[in-house]
Design a protein around this ligand. Structure first.
Ligand SMILES: [Zn+2]
Length: 86
């Protein structure tokens, strides 16, 4: 199900003329119980976006993704997770 989020994020990046960089999928070190470990979370690099673009990227994703997705702005990335239990 994460591919929907990837496609959406890629659409946004294309619209502002940058390449989408996914910094973390089900690899890397995350919080215990992180949805990254079960392939239900991705991180998108934000250092190529302005603060404004980060904010509009988040609204873009929230508008288009199912309510089960959480889109959260972290210090250097946007974290997107799919939690069907919410
Ligand atoms: Zn993350």
């Amino acid at each position: 199900m994460m591919c929907v989020a990837v496609i959406c994020a890629d659409d946004y990046c294309k619209s502002i003329g940058i390449d989408l960089v996914i910094t973390s999928g089900n690899d890397g070190v995350h919080m215990v119980n992180s949805l990254h470990y079960v392939g239900k979370a991705i991180d998108i690099r934000t250092n190529t976006m302005t603060t404004e673009q980060q904010t509009s990227c988040i609204s873009y994703l929230r508008e288009r993704l199912d309510y089960c997705f959480d889109v959260i702005l972290e210090s250097d990335h946007i974290h997107i997770e799919y939690d069907e239990n919410q």
